[in-house]
Ligand binder design. Structure first.
Ligand code: PCA
Length: 220
């Protein structure tokens, strides 16, 4: 049986930090892999314009069955799978391109919100049960992480929710795209960033591996 393809993404450092644990985790998982899937990884720029574009290109290139995006939420004290992405760009700080949108829609004609298609409660319970603080977060905020989640869920909707289906290719031919299950987990600051000493990169990696195992173990 073919193993499912999982795309894990993280982000570059931002807001004056030298590192972003989400990018480090994506790189690490891409190098080490996971026994139950074909794991590919990408690190996205913290840019309202470029991150959604590069994410869409990575989805096109890898055709994943599952997309797990990671980002840093410096002031949270747990791993937090996100329930909802909002059609809103409202930044307290400029992104890495110097853009700072205020109260702007991400897609002028898009829905107000899109819901993740990952089992967020099961993910949070499984991580928490392994001794790593985790809980479901209602929204991914209104910065770049929310923007990529909103974009990804829009792409996933276009692929349909009913398993493999035919889609017309650019040349009019039909090809099959796998259903895409997509979601986002914010990770807390590591000790290097002044975070809780418990949240070492190793421990965050353990938590994300539990999330992957949980996702892979739930039906598509
Ligand atoms: N966290 C930011 C953007 C990049 C990241 O790692 C966010 O929560 O939107």
């Amino acid at each position: 049986m073919d193993l499912p393809t999982v795309l894990v993404t993280g982000f570059d450092p931002f807001a004056g930090n030298d590192i972003n644990p989400s990018g480090e985790l994506a790189r690490r998982l891409g190098e080490l892999g996971h026994p139950d899937c074909h794991l590919v990884a990408d690190v996205l720029p913290v840019s309202f314009t470029r991150a959604p574009q590069l994410l869409a290109a990575a989805i096109d290139a890898h055709q994943p069955d599952i997309l797990l995006m990671l980002g840093l939420a410096e002031h949270r004290h747990a791993l937090t799978p996100e329930r909802v992405a909002l059609n809103l760009a409202d930044a307290d700080n400029p992104d890495n391109d110097g853009d700072q949108p205020a109260e702007a829609p991400l897609e002028p004609h898009g829905p107000a919100a899109r819901f993740t298609t990952l089992p967020v409660k099961q993910i949070a319970h499984a991580i928490d049960a392994a001794g790593i603080p985790a809980h479901v977060s209602l929204t991914a905020g209104s910065y770049v992480c929310n923007a990529v989640l909103y974009t990804a869920l829009g792409i996933a909707e276009q692929r349909g929710d009913h398993g493999k289906h035919a889609a017309a290719g650019p040349d009019g031919s039909e090809h099959h795209q796998p259903r895409l299950r997509a979601g986002f987990i914010h990770v807390p600051a590591t000790p290097q960033l002044g975070g809780d000493p418990r949240f070492t990169l190793d421990e965050l990696e353990r938590g994300i591996r539990i999330a992957l195992t949980t996702i892979l173990g739930t039906p598509a």
